[in-house]
Structure formats: C-alpha cells, structure tokens
Design a protein around this ligand. Sequence first.
Ligand code: G6P
Length: 593
Amino acid sequence: MCGIVGYIGVRQAQPVLFSCLKRLEYRGYDSCGIAVAGSRIEICKDAVRVAALEKSAPQLAGATGIGHTRWATHGAPSLINAHPHPDCSGKIVVVHNGIINNYQSLRKQLTAEGHQFISETDTEVIPHLVEKYYRGDLEKAVEATLKEIDGSYAIIVLAANESKLIVARRGGPLIIGVGDGENFIASDVPAVLDYTNRVIYLEDDDMGVITADSVKVKRDGVEVSRKEDKILWSMEDAQKGGYEHFMLKEIHEQPKVIRDTLIGWVSLSEEEFDLASMCGGIESMLILACGTSYHAALVGKYIMEEFLSIPIRVELASEFNYYAQALAKTGAIVITQSGETADTLKAMKKLKSVGCRVLAITNVLGSSASRIADHTIYTRAGPEISVAATKSFVAQLMVLYWLAVSYSRVDARRLADMIIQIKQLPEKVQQVLDNEDKIIESARYLSKFENVFFIGRGINYPLALEGALKLKEISYIHAEGYAAGELKHGPFALLCEKTPVIAIVAKDSTYDAMLSSIKEVKARGSPVIVLTEEGDEAVEELVDTVITLPQVDPVLSPVVNAVALQLLAYYVARKRGCPIDFPRNLAKSVTVE
Ligand code: G6P
C-alpha cells in the first residue's frame, strides 16, 4: 500500500505536495518523494518520513508536480527505490500505488531495447513504457502503456513541457480534488481536504487527463462523465475511512488481508521457496516471537504438528535469549509484525550465531528481521496503525496455514478440503463482521466488570491468550487467558458472579472436555459467554450468552474466533471510553529489551 498525490494549478506545487503526502502516511511511510515540473522536471526523494524530506528538500520551482509515500513491496525502502521514477531522459516521471505482475518480462524486454533501469521496483517499467510510446502525445503513450501492464495500479504521469497530468487506476484507489483554477489528485480524500471538499472518485479502468482547469475522464478511449461529490467528513474521520478508530478499520480490513496474503502465496511459490531445504530436512522446528505474534506462533504449533507431523517448539523470544539452547540443526521461524522487536532480533542473532537457518514472517519489507533472516515471507496486512495488533495476527496465521499446507504430510483428500476451506475464509470473516450485534451486546455487559477469564483448549488455547491480551491492553480490564483444563488448579478460587468467563469452543477433539469445563465454571457462579459455531444446540442449552460464528474446519477456527475476540475487546474499550488506538504505556514497535 502506498499513497500518491498530484497537483496542477497556480500555487507552487512543492508545499502542496508535502502537505497532501503527510495526510497519506497512514498508507505507508518507509520512503517518499516528489517531482516538480518547472523549466525541467526535478525529483527529490529519500528513505525518510515526509516531514524529514520536507525539511531537507531544496526549493523546486513549478506549479505542477506529483508525490509518493511508500510501503515497499518490490525492493527495500531506499532512495533508489523511492518514487517518483523517471524514464531514461528524465522527462517522464511516474508515481504508482499497486503491483505490476508482469514487470520482470517487461523489464527484460525494455532492457533489450536499450532502456536502463536503476531501481528494484516493479514501477520503473511504467515511465520506460511511456517513453517508448511517446510521440508527442502523452495521452496516447499512457494508453499504450496500460495495454502492456498486468496488475493493480493507481498512477500519475508527469511529463516535461506538458501542461497536464495523466492518471489511471485499476484496483488502486484514486480521487481528483476539484479546485478553482487548480486540481489535486490523491489516493484518498484526506490528502486534499485542506484545499477542497469537491471530489471526483475515479473507477477501475478510468484514465484521466487533468489540467489546471479541467478534468477529462475516459474509458477505452471514450470520454465518460464522473460526478462531483461534496465531502462532509472531518479530516480525522476521512483518514480512518469513516471508522471511529484505526483498530475498527483494521479489523474490518481482514477479509482483504486474507485475500492479499493468499495472493502472496503465488508469488512465493514462484520464488521456489523450499522450507525443507531451508530448515535442514525439517524434523523439528523452533518458532520464536513476542506479544500477539507469539500467540500466532502457538497456533502455528498446532497447525504444523497436524499437517507436517513434526515436533514444534515455541518460545518467547525474550525468554529464549536468556536460557534456552539453540540447536544448530533446528529449523527456526521468527514471527514479527514490525520486524523490529528488539527481543526477537536478539533471538535471531543468537540462532544465526550457532548456525541455525532462520525464516522470518514479517509485515514490513526491508525491516531488520528481514535483513537478518535467511529467508523472509511477507504478510500482506498493509500498515497497522492501532497499537493492538489485529489484521497482522490474522495475516500471520494465513502464512502459517500456507506453510502447513505446502509441506503437508496429510492425505490428499484432507489437504484438498483444507485448501477449499482456506479460500473461503475471507467470506467467513466477513460474516463475523456483518453479524456483530451479539458481540456488541456482550461487550456492553462485560464492560462493567474488572476481571475476566478467557478459556480454550487445543488450537484455541492460544486464542484464549490473545482474547485476554486484546481486552486488557485496550480496555484496561484485568483479563487472563487459560487452558480450560488448568482453571481448576487455582483460578477457580476467583470464580464468582463478578468474574465472567469467555469460553472458546471448537467442534474438535476438545469439544466434550470444553463443555465439562463450562459446566464447572457455571457451577461456581461465574457468568459465561461462549464463542462457538452456529447450530451448536448443546452449548445453547447450557449457557445464556452464545456468540455464534460461521462453520469452518476446527483447524481454521482461530481465524474467525480472533476476529470475534478483537471486536469484543474493541466494543468493551469503546464503552469504557478508553483511548483505543493508543493505549497508555504501550508502543506499536518495542525496539528495546
Ligand atoms: C508490541 C505491540 C504488540 C506486538 C508485540 C510484538 O508489544 O504492541 O501488538 O504483538 O509488540 O511485535 P512484533 O512487531 O514483533 O510482532
């Protein structure tokens, strides 16, 4: 995910571009850049945040320009890979949000034709293609370029001596902010709200020609009309896409995150990533992580032990660093959303020092974890702003399912069924999101308590830990996650009508034991809320409050349960008036031990 902006009008473009870009940093911020057309096109870019580039940039004179803030997908965050990207002559410059699938073959072909590439990005083929087709008509050159590229994009093309900007979109958002004698282009509305509240939303396959006084939109070469909307939201609302908090927005992005991470599998297999050789025959595996990523690692243990039939050891990186032995022949996986958690990085170095091969699962391209690891698999969650991890957790689970399925030793029928069910997960998660009434009702009830237990068994025991973590970090209610069978070895002393218990039930081998645990808890007077799949009559007869979730294979139940538990924590915290996105004393990325 990246943010793109464009300006054409009467003002100096540079300050406008920087101010617009700052509003888009939620879409990515590992590097940024601008290009301004004056007597010639000048580019200023670097692997820094927008405010830093704004401070260090020389003054580029001109009233037309484009800008970009990057969330790297192809090529690490660096000055060379930052946008805008020029053609050979420096007269055609492009910013791009999206992924060009066929960039490798295009790059090969263009190189053979004499074009020189300097970045590792997929984007760079676009200015070179425009250059190839440019015969004095920029519009035609862009049209020809779009016919060649396969993938998702929102682009803005700036060319020397042309008093227009060309835009196009397919699968990437793009809006035009309409002004008087000036026009703005951006990935999202907040970027332009300081200047105008008149907005045109472009549709997929639209191509636009934007001058200071006009907006012309074409599809398949034929001009079409697009209506202008008036924006009535505040800036903050707009950045959160209309959601009250980033956390809620990020929870709702999960069907897309699952889809995007599934698409990631394809590109991964193209690289012929081989877990078996990477991890030395994988007869055992060590998974290390912290926080929510540690809970994903615990789920990973259940998934991989079932599908790979090998013993998996899971350790907290912070503990592993001080006592545990790293065995040279063990394959190791580290899971870290940010790729910067100090304890996790330290553990990686310890593993490498004894000769372990390390696979990192991270959400941030070019992060420290990806640089230390022998191989990296990227989750496709996009930037996560809220401190409480939500979509990154589900994306990590998706990668673990992928690894398990790819190296599976289960029979072909079970495997085929699993693949079908994994592909259905975006819809199942959407169903959880569309049916949140019962969750909101339970959240209202829970918000009055000061202590809550979460219980689960088997693959959903880590979900009890994660449910409790989510609740305590954003609502400040004391919550503990427990393996259901362990409750009777101490915590029973705390059970009473003031201590509700959330029980996560799955229709697997733990089902009967979970029902027994629920009965034992009820007998001690605790209110019980159960998460289970729809149509579970035995549970409905047993307790008053049941949050029903769509049916999925029990191995996949952590995904739907995670989403329900995130919503539960969110609505409890909202009811209690907590600062949900930025809870006290916590940080998104913990770069100290
Ligand atoms: C912090 C964050 C958590 C995260 C943990 C591990 O505590 O607040 O949400 O789970 O770090 O972070 P990582 O980036 O390594 O997954």
